[in-house]
Design a binder for this molecule. Structure first.
Ligand code: F0G
Length: 832
């Protein structure tokens, strides 16, 4: 259902103005998933936030500082230690002196690890990884590292080279350092992998691949790795940032695997949740004295962190470590029961001690489109995390490199009651997942109305090129005929379109749909709807891929009004890339997609033709007006025409072409300085034309053309003169849907609609036209494709030559203007 993955760092993205100064994209993503919670207090296994009413909400924290909080939040003895240190007048930073606390900590760590090590301190996990890498290079002279597929070692420039996830690593690839990646599942290839390089510096591994999805290594595999390292005399380096210090039930997880690494990296829990400290334990026989000065850091060896780490080690006694093992085993057993109970929700449960992972089942074939799309976008895990937080007040997070796996890393002090609470919450959640309850699992995303604005996630997520709505229907194709294809971009008219795509939303309130869509809008990706083949009378066939941008007109409009084009344009641009991937020759910009892209001019066509579709839309409007006039016996020279939205491309062209035929021309534009000036200039070029910014002036006109780009109807039944002809080319419609019923004298035409020569049904859910009809913008793409016009001559400012040209092409291929009966189509809208 989806295409290949791309790393979205391939293009520079600009942030909307006014977005947060701190991690704006991440904040936007958290907001979309209902995870944007600010915690103000923490103690033990719980964190606390205030809800919208100001009530304090307790949340059970199973993320526990990404494994840092093995002793929980704010452990009283650690807090006391910190206070004592700070008030005791002890110096913290006295570089170039005897660092007695660092020395004591080194002794203590070496003793606890039952080794004879020299210890290098650093400030974070990645920094300790860097120190280990540098030491290995110094020791061996090698420049090639072996690292595991699925491994995570941090994100600083050196460490990230060893981290496996391509999206994290590839944008920062550097020459000079080689990494050979070995598969933890392929013991037989190990020897060959070791032989691939003659300048090996070392091998890094995590005893349990943490960020890679909490996957314990096979002891036989790592045993063989240790042998091969010894053969080559390169250091075996255990990254125990996450697994070390007792979390997995033994002080070091590698000892449970039966290996004795040469270097050992520790971090996370070492700082007791209060200090930022990491350490590399290096076998004394390997330690290079020059490293004392070759690797230093202002903040490493600080007395505060060492004091906290010493106290932490004291508290992590054998009783606590046993507790990790026992509680973990009990929890694992209960999670395995859930897996048996809900095989459709849980794929696997893994881990050791209090480092567990729950791998969710992906939902690529779910009846729910949203589930399928979230699976494709790797957002099912984050969605479930949001649900558990908001519905059950339990905090879990997916692992960074395996987003379907939820990490469960509570503190060693977690109580049985808390574990019960977690298992019950998970049980309820899995039941919903198993029955595809998309509405229930997303209800928390519709329950707040203040979601506004256009967040930018540009480049934040590994993105796919597209998602397919559902498999294509073969009977809509004409495969015997040679075909070419185009894409037609469209978006939701409003939030009421949502149930057409996700029927479960039929029962929720309109305001909830709006909130839901606004919240998810920044995550929008093009959705490929089933294609349909459209035939010309002359024998040609064009396959049309309708590409849905799952955002509403109102959201687009808001983005334009706030001058936040970048996010919306990025979405349109992405649709062009999708069209290219689908093999389309040309992209037709429907609805607001042409407005937000400067009538197509701001887009990179990627070698594809682009059209706004506005020329044919205009031709259809003009044709419909003339047909209605002829029908009603209106003589233009005796009548008045009003054009609402005369500042826009279509409105202006209609005014320029139709206006000169009329006795009086009223051009109605928005009451804003730029718009006023622009419409006045248009009026100057048309004989007998005048400018107005009062939409009610339509009552002076016999013929009215509406080409606005608003989101609500601006004209109501009472606005029109007796027997007026009204051609509404706007979508969402500008004329209130009640007009035809309440004003039978008024002839309302929904302009911009064409009749297809062979009456094909486009079959797009929620599409507001009956079978056999299509919008002019889509048809223009079909026509240009039939005529092999693949350039951008139909973008930008409209001109009468093009309008005439496309009308002639349409006629030749058998496409006709649709003089629609007034009571057809368009879902009812209410007057605000
Ligand atoms: N090594 C391992 C095994 C890790 O899990 C991490 C971090 C690091 C190194 C890097 O440590 O972030 O302090 O620089 N893991 C985090 C996590 C990101 O989500 O568990 P850092």
């Amino acid at each position: 259902m989806s295409h290949d993955f791309k790393i979205s760092t391939d293009r520079r993205v600009s942030l909307p103005r006014g977005s947060s100064r701190h991690k704006p994209a991440l904040l936007g993503l958290l907001r979309s998933l209902g995870l944007d919670v600010a915690y103000h207090r923490a103690a033990g296994n719980c964190v606390y936030y205030r809800d919208d009413r100001g009530d304090e909400i307790e949340v059970l924290d199973l993320v526990a500082g990404y494994g840092t909080l093995l002793l929980g939040h704010a452990h009283p003895q650690l807090v006391a230690e910190a206070m004592q240190f700070l008030s005791g007048g002890r110096p913290n930073h006295v570089q170039g002196s005897v660092r007695s606390l660092a020395a004591r900590l080194a002794d203590e760590l070496s003793a606890r690890a039952e080794r004879d090590d020299c210890v290098v301190f650093a400030n974070s996990g990645a920094e300790a990884v860097e120190a280990a890498m540098k030491h290995a290079m110094l020791e061996t002279g090698g420049r090639t590292f072996l690292a595991l597929e699925g491994g995570f070692h941090g994100k600083t420039l050196g460490a990230v080279q060893l981290t496996a996830t391509p999206s994290m690593r590839e944008p920062f690839a550097i020459p000079g350092l080689k990494v050979i990646r070995i598969s933890p599942r392929d013991i037989d290839r190990l020897e060959a992998d070791f032989q691939r390089a003659d300048d090996l510096a070392g091998l890094l591994f995590e005893p349990i691949l943490g960020e890679g999805g909490v996957r314990p290594l096979d002891p036989a595999f790592i045993g063989r790795v240790a042998e091969l390292c010894a053969d080559r005399d390169i250091p075996l380096i255990a990254d125990e940032c996450q697994t070390g210090l007792g979390r997995t039930g033994s002080f070091l997880a590698s000892s449970a695997l039966g290996v004795r690494p040469d270097y050992m990296i520790l971090s996370k829990a070492l700082g007791g949740g209060l200090a930022k400290i990491s350490a590399v334990l290096i076998d004394r026989r390997r330690y290079q004295p020059a490293f004392d000065l070759l690797h230093t850091s202002t903040f490493a060896d600080d007395d505060f962190s060492c004091a906290i780490a010493l106290k932490t080690l004291e508290l992590l006694d054998s009783r606590r470590i046993d507790a990790c093992r026992e509680k973990g085993a009990r929890l694992l057993e209960r999670l395995r029961l859930l897996q048996c109970k809900y095989p459709g929700a849980v794929a696997e449960v893994r881990g050791r001690g209090l480092m567990l992972g729950i791998e969710l089942q992906p939902h690529p074939d779910s009846p729910s489109f949203l589930f399928r799309a979230l699976t494709a976008r790797e957002l099912l895990g984050p969605l479930v995390a949001g649900y558990l937080l908001k519905r059950h007040r339990v905090r879990v997070a997916p692992t960074l490199s395996d987003p379907l796996t939820l990490r469960v890393q509570p503190s060693a002090l977690i109580s049985d009651d808390h574990l019960d609470r977690f298992v019950d919450a998970l049980d309820e959640t899995c039941a919903r997942l198993a029955r595809n309850d998309v509405r229930g699992l997303t209800a928390h995303l519709s329950d707040r109305t203040e979601v506004r604005g256009v967040a930018a996630y540009g480049g934040l997520l590994t993105r796919q090129s597209y998602v397919e709505f559902r498999p294509r229907r073969p009977n809509r194709r004409h495969d015997s005929v040679p075909r070419r294809s185009i894409a037609w971009l469209f978006h939701l008219i409003d939030a009421d379109d949502l149930p057409s795509f996700e029927p479960e939303f039929a029962s929720c309130a309109p305001s909830e749909r709006v909130t839901f869509l606004n919240r998810l809008a920044p995550l929008a990706e093009p959705v490929v709807m089933p294609s349909v083949d459209i035939r010309s009378r002359r024998g040609g066939v064009v396959r049309v891929f309708p590409l849905l941008l799952p955002v509403t007109s109102a959201w687009m409009k808001h983005a334009v009004a706030a001058r936040q084009f970048s996010t919306v344009r990025a979405l349109v641009q992405q649709s062009i890339e999708t069209a290219r991937d689908l093999g389309c020759e040309l992209v037709s910009l429907g609805q607001f997609t042409s407005i937000v892209s400067g009538n197509g001019r701001a887009l990179d066509g990627q070698g594809l033709g682009i059209t706004t579709g506005n020329s044919y839309t205009t031709a259809l409007v003009i044709d419909a007006v003339r047909a209605a006039q002829a029908d009603r016996g209106f003589v233009s020279a005796d009548s008045t025409i009003a054009v609402v939205g005369a500042g826009g491309n279509i409105g202006r062209s209609c005014a320029e072409i139709l206006g000169p035929e009329f006795d009086r021309v009223i051009l109605i534009g928005r009451d804003a300085p730029a718009s006023r000036q622009h419409v006045r200039e248009v009026a100057r070029r048309i004989p007998r034309a005048e400018f107005s910014c009062d939409v009610r002036d339509v009552r002076l006109a016999d013929v009215i053309v509406c080409a606005t780009n608003g989101i609500d109807p601006v004209l109501v039944p009472a606005d029109f003169r007796q027997s007026a002809i009204v051609c509404d080319a706007a979508l969402p419609r500008a004329v209130h849907s009640d007009t035809a019923r309440r004003r039978p004298d008024v002839h309302v035409i929904h302009g911009g609609v064409a009749r297809l020569p062979f009456g094909e049904d486009l079959g797009v859910p929620g599409f507001p036209l009956p079978a056999g009809q299509a919008f002019g913008c889509m048809v223009e793409g079909i026509l240009l494709c039939l005529e092999s016009i693949r350039d951008t001559s139909f973008t930008g400012r409209l001109c009468s030559e093009r309008i005439q040209q496309i009308a002639e092409i349409a006629k030749r291929h058998g496409f006709e203007p649709m003089a629609s009966p007034p009571d057809l189509m368009v879902p009812a809208v209410t007057i605000p």
